[in-house]
Ligand binder design. Sequence first.
Ligand code: NAD
Length: 455
Amino acid sequence: MNYSEIAELQKKAFLKGVNRSYDARKKHLRNLKKLVLENEHLLIDALNSDFGKPYSEAYITEIFLVLQEIETQLKHLRSWMKPDTVNPTVTTFPSKNFINKQPYGTVLIIGAWNYPVHLTLLPLAGALAAGNMVVIKPSELTQEVSGLLNRLVQKYFDPEVVTVIEGGPEETANLLQQPFDKFFFTGSPRVGKIVMKAAAEKLIPVTLELGGKSPVIIHEDAPLETTAKRVWLGKCANAGQTCIAPDFVLIHKKLEKAFIEQSREALKQFFSDDFIPGENYTRIINHQHFDRLVKLLEKSEVLFGGASNRENRFIEPALIRAGWDDEIMQDEIFGPLLPMITYKDVNEVIHELQKRPAPLALYIFTNDEDLQQRVMDEVPFGGGCINEAPFHTFNPALPFGGAGNSGIGSYHGKYSFDAFSRKQSILKKPFWPDTDIRYMPYDDTKIAWFKRLFS
Ligand code: NAD
């Protein structure tokens, strides 16, 4: 089947109501759960074979989070599907007023490579719960996972409900021309703009889950042992190839030395000085990204770490002393390099962050509640943590998404259901009573009645 035939097949199935009822949606969500549970090891093996993602990380950040999302959708499906009722106003009385949550219809989900199972199957759960038909386009950079997802989806779903299409930019460009009713995209801001332009041509909604440079602010009162462990856990996961990984650290000058020491300690605790790509540490996705990161390392003042091996695409975590204008501070790093900039006055930090594109996440380590509030209010960012990183993504009750350059819209839990639903407002009127005041002609007495309402 070519792309337009698939789009047409799904559109027909949608109009027939194949995923409309509560029972149908529940059945599809249960199929998805079965797909994940019965093939957990195959999925983890594919992740390991594509870029050496260790078993534990693959389980927690890909399998566990997808299962948690499916369970959340299943648990709340019936209540989320129910229309919301609202009161009539004086001009619409008597009537019933309610809001239906209608599926968009057919949805295209485009995934990024860094969490290829999570970034396709987690939004799929929300899209199915909301009653849509779905085409998934996983990243071409993780071919083992893409191929496996394709085979598994064929085994567990009818193509009219879910289909996987593999391919890169060319295939995605073709898919963006098909008559979908919504695009859900995870990836770079550069490609996000391509997706949004295609959506503009069709006037369909988009959710854009993009990236950016997520800062960590470590203020002078932060307890450094715990802070360093939490920051490096976020940085080392997936070898820093995480959209919400701490990208760089802004630290009060007086903590600099101690943070360097505690960082070494944290890494020693995590890896016992023994990085084994594929077993306890993820590889860099490909040689192009490996070379880009090594070039950044060469141009930086490395405080420790940064050993590398091109053959197995390994880069050791590295702490770097940096300034705002350094090359490493220009684009999202997407690797295990952590630049650190010191500050004396936290106002400088807020001011510098305000000048830059809004990041997907921000982390602040301090017990100073005024400062916590100031940063939340004065620096635009998608979401984040106080005294933690980057676990806000683990709670499906928190909407996950960016701000400005890091994305449009959000998902997870109820927010996924909403991201894939269209609100339909209905006013239902009885035939009786039927007063004359509502009909033309609108003479002065009737207008006076309206005027009295808000005088
Ligand atoms: P990418 O933008 O290069 O690719 C994403 C998807 O777009 C892939 O499926 C790819 O095939 C497709 N694509 C690439 N070029 C295209 C083109 N010219 N036309 C049409 N489609 C194209 O991103 P990536 O390298 O896969 O992922 C890294 C980026 O994703 C980072 O910026 C990261 O921060 C971001 N990201 C965001 C989230 C989030 O939840 N917000 C999660 C993971 C990754």
